[in-house]
Ligand binder design. Structure first.
Ligand SMILES: [Zn+2]
Ligand SMILES: [Zn+2]
Length: 316
């Protein structure tokens, strides 16, 4: 739909999209050019990928990761998808996420790797959370980071791309500053360097784009996305910081870019390369302790399950 008879800032044809933070209006075609250019700029600025490089995209089924997959292919990278299915206790959201990821793979004619978190871990996230007295979200996050990294390396990819955009990164930065999480602030950078056999390089090529810009792009491209939010995310704090970022941007267009890019500029460079010297004695993945967090989680869960079984089998 054309807005108020406005013309595209680039080609002067009727415009469908308003981008207040860039003081621009675009038609569908020129929005696509803008979005690809911003992704390309981020890839060059932060040295994310070499020309035509192979990259695995973590595809959730939401608009950001699906758009990212398409953009990376359009920019000439060999982008394959990885969908890590989670059991969230609500079949419909998980199923919709998987279906949207499969639709996109078909549309792009690109390979999609399917993995199931419970199968990889041997236990459901809820069981692991109970056994370790942790929240569902924190266990899910830890397992997801571990599995994405491990699966990426197992599949022979050096680089893992995620669909985090400018609003995500700005909200995370705001949250880390408010809570003074120094350790997380240190790793706040659109690229985390990899180490062979230990860490995949992690990249966020959409870090220069606003969530609303990606939403418009996905819509204009007819990308069908999984609707709704994770049913488990109710207690999460990030959405509050996201609301704060949106409010500031609405009142003062350009604030998000100035805040996030300004922080990166002051910081000057990426965090140091991770030291993969120490390995988990169970799984062989990098770890600060003799046994990594995930293997400790799984051992506690196995112990709890066997105690439960013994209790059930005891005569009284
Ligand atoms: Zn145009
Ligand atoms: Zn381990």
């Amino acid at each position: 739909m054309n807005i108020d008879g406005m013309k595209c800032s680039r080609c002067r044809k009727p415009a469908q999209h308003r981008l207040p933070s860039h003081n621009a209006r675009f038609c569908d075609h020129c929005l696509g050019i803008f979005v690809r250019r911003q992704a390309e700029k981020a890839i060059k600025q932060f040295d994310m990928l070499g020309p035509g490089q192979k990259v695995l995209v973590a595809v959730s089924g939401g608009k950001d990761s699906l758009a990212l997959w398409q953009i990376l292919l359009e920019l000439g990278y060999q982008a394959e998808g990885l969908h890590l299915a989670l059991e969230l206790g609500d079949g419909s959201f998980g199923e919709a996420s998987l279906a949207a990821s499969q639709d996109m793979a078909q549309r792009l004619g690109a390979p999609l790797h399917l993995m199931n978190m419970a199968e990889l871990a041997g236990f459901g996230v809820q069981e692991i959370a109970w056994a370790n007295k942790r929240s569902f979200c924190s266990v899910c996050g830890t397992l997801k980071r571990y599995q994405l990294n491990k699966v990426c390396l197992d599949l022979g990819f050096e680089v893992l791309a995620t669909g985090h955009h400018l609003d995500d990164e700005a909200a995370r930065l705001l949250g880390n500053l408010v809570r003074r999480h120094q350790q997380y602030l240190e790793s706040q950078w659109p690229v985390l360097q990899g180490a062979p056999g230990a860490f995949a390089k992690k990249i966020k090529p959409l870090c220069r784009l606003r969530g609303a810009e990606i939403k418009s792009f996905a819509k204009s491209q007819g990308i069908s996305v999984a609707k709704g939010a994770c049913p488990r995310s109710k207690g999460a704090t990030l959405p509050h910081y996201m609301d704060a970022v949106r409010l500031l941007e609405e009142r003062m267009p350009g604030t998000t870019t100035n805040f996030y890019m300004g922080y990166l500029e002051d910081k000057g460079g990426p965090p140091p390369q991770p030291d993969p010297a120490q390995r988990c004695s169970v799984c062989g993945m990098p770890s600060y302790a003799d046994v990594c967090t995930v293997c400790r989680f799984l051992a506690n869960t196995a112990e709890r399950e066997s105690t439960k079984r013994d209790a059930l089998q005891s005569p009284d």
